[in-house]
Ligand binder design. Structure first.
Ligand code: THU
Length: 137
């Protein structure tokens, strides 16, 4: 699958975000090594700290379905109703730490700023020094 097609999946699912408190809708699409795609959106809560980001919802759905190898992630964050975000989306540190459990430094992260504009950044460039319990090879 090409980057534009995965980006389109993140942009499409973003409309399902539940974000009445921040007004910020985020969509993520995670391509697995076997070609399957899992999507996620941010789901907020009136107890704000319970909010879960789009990227982690996609990751946890994939892992729950038995996937542990990933080929690419696309993510798009923008205000509800807007047709572009403030910048090319940068996944938050908590999500990057969660992804670091599974993803190689060269995994492409497709970062959208609108439905049609994106840039591609290797995972390891976004998150070079994640927490680990033991030294990684
Ligand atoms: N959010 C994500 O879904 N992903 C991120 O990487 C950062 C932030 C969500 C959480 C909250 O619902 C809204 O964006 C504003 O912080």
């Amino acid at each position: 699958m090409d980057h534009a097609a995965l980006a389109a999946r993140a942009a499409a699912v973003r409309h399902n975000a539940y974000a009445p408190y921040s007004g910020f809708a985020v969509g993520a699409a995670l391509l697995c090594a076997d070609g399957e795609i899992f999507t996620g959106v941010n789901v907020e809560n009136s107890s704000y700290g319970l909010t879960v980001c789009a990227e982690r919802n996609a990751l946890f759905a994939a892992v729950g379905a038995g996937r542990r190898e990933f080929a690419a992630l696309a993510v798009y964050a923008a205000p509800i109703g807007a047709d572009e975000g403030p910048d090319y989306t940068r996944p938050c540190g908590a999500c990057l730490q969660a992804f670091s459990e599974f993803c190689a430094p060269d995994m492409p992260v497709i970062r959208l700023r609108s439905e049609t504009e994106f840039t591609v950044t290797p995972f390891g460039e976004l998150f070079p020094y994640g927490f680990t319990l033991s030294e990684k090879e």
